[in-house]
Design a protein around this ligand. Structure first.
Ligand code: ADP
Length: 244
C-alpha cells in the first residue's frame, strides 16, 4: 500500500529525515516510535505531502511521487485525499458541530451532496460511539470525544491509509482508552494505519510492525513482541529503558 524509498526532508539547513525506507502492506498497522525531535511527525506529514520531501519517492497504492522532480498538483491532491490524518490536537473546526465537522471534507473536497454526506457522517459518528453528540460543538465535548470526531472526520474521505500523529498525547489519562479502542476497531476491520504514539500497550496489542526512528533514520524495525523484548540495537534498548 505504501512504499517509501530514500526519503529526505530538510528545513533550511536542518536535515530531519535522512534516507527513510519503509513498506506498509495493505491492512497492516505500523507504529512509529522514537525520541522527541527524531522526525516522526515530519515523516507522517511527508506521507500526505503536508510537507514536501526534499528527495526520495513515496508510492501509495501504485501512484508514485518522485520528489527529485517537481510533483504535480494532481499527484499531491491524490496523496492528500487518500490519506486521512488524525492530529494530536484534534484540529476540529470550533464553530461547526460534530456532524458538520465530519461532513465538511466530503461536501467541500469531494463535492458530495449534503444529504449523502450527512448520512455517512451520522454512520461514522455512530461507529466511534458518538451517536448522541451529532449537534455538539467541540467545546461541549471531552478531549476523547473530540478526538473520536477527528477520527470520524478523517474516515469520511474514505482514505486508503489512516495516519495518526500522537492521537492520545493531549488527553487526560482516563480518556486515552476510548480513543485507542476506536483505533483498534479500525485495525481489526483491516484499515492500513501508520501510528506515531508513545502508547506501548497499543503497539504491543495492535501493531504488525514497530519502527524505531532516531535522528531521522530507521534504526530498527520488528514485530512488537520482538522489538520490545529483544531489541537488536543499543539505541533502541536505551530508548525503551527510558520510557518504561
Ligand atoms: P518528532 O515528531 O519525532 O518529535 P518532528 O518531526 O516534529 O519530530 O521534528 C523533527 C525536527 O524537525 C525537530 O528538530 C523540529 O524542530 C524540526 N522541524 C519540524 N517541523 C519544522 C518546520 N516546519 N520548520 C523547521 N523545523 C521543523
Amino acid at each position: 500500500m505504501i512504499s517509501i524509498k530514500g526519503l529526505y526532508k530538510k528545513f533550511g539547513d536542518l536535515e530531519v529525515l535522512k534516507g527513510i525506507d519503509l513498506e506498509v502492506n495493505k491492512g497492516e498497522v505500523v507504529v512509529v516510535i522514537g525520541p522527541s525531535g527524531s522526525g516522526k511527525t515530519t515523516l507522517l506529514r511527508c506521507l500526505n505531502i503536508l510537507e514536501v520531501p526534499t528527495a526520495g519517492t513515496i508510492t501509495l497504492d501504485g501512484h508514485e511521487a518522485d520528489f527529485s522532480k517537481r510533483v504535480a498538483k494532481k499527484e499531491i491532491d491524490y496523496f492528500r485525499s487518500e490519506t486521512g490524518m488524525v492530529f494530536q490536537n484534534y484540529n476540529l473546526f470550533p464553530h461547526k458541530t460534530a456532524l458538520e465537522n465530519v461532513m465538511e471534507g466530503p461536501v467541500i473536497v469531494k463535492k458530495e451532496a449534503k444529504d449523502v454526506a450527512r448520512k455517512k457522517a451520522e454512520n461514522l459518528l455512530n461507529k466511534v460511539g458518538l451517536g448522541d453528540k451529532f449537534d455538539f460543538y467541540p467545546f461541549q465535548l471531552s478531549g476523547g470525544q473530540q478526538q473520536r470526531v477527528g477520527i470520524a472526520r478523517a474516515l469520511a474521505l474514505e482514505p486508503k491509509v489512516m495516519l495518526f500523529d500522537e492521537p492520545t498525547s493531549a488527553l487526560d489519562p482516563e480518556l486515552v482508552g476510548e480513543v485507542l479502542q476506536v483505533m483498534k476497531d479500525l485495525a481489526n476491520e483491516g484499515m492500513t494505519m501508520v501510528v506515531v504514539t508513545h502508547e506501548m500497550r497499543f503497539a504491543q496489542d495492535a501493531a504488525d510492525e514497530v519502527i524505531f526512528i532516531d535522528n531521522g533514520k530507521v534504526v530498527e524495525r520488528n514485530k512488537p513482541s520482538e522489538l520490545f523484548t529483544n531489541p537488536k540495537e543499543e539505541r533502541t534498548r536505551q530508548f525503551l529503558n527510558l520510557i518504561s
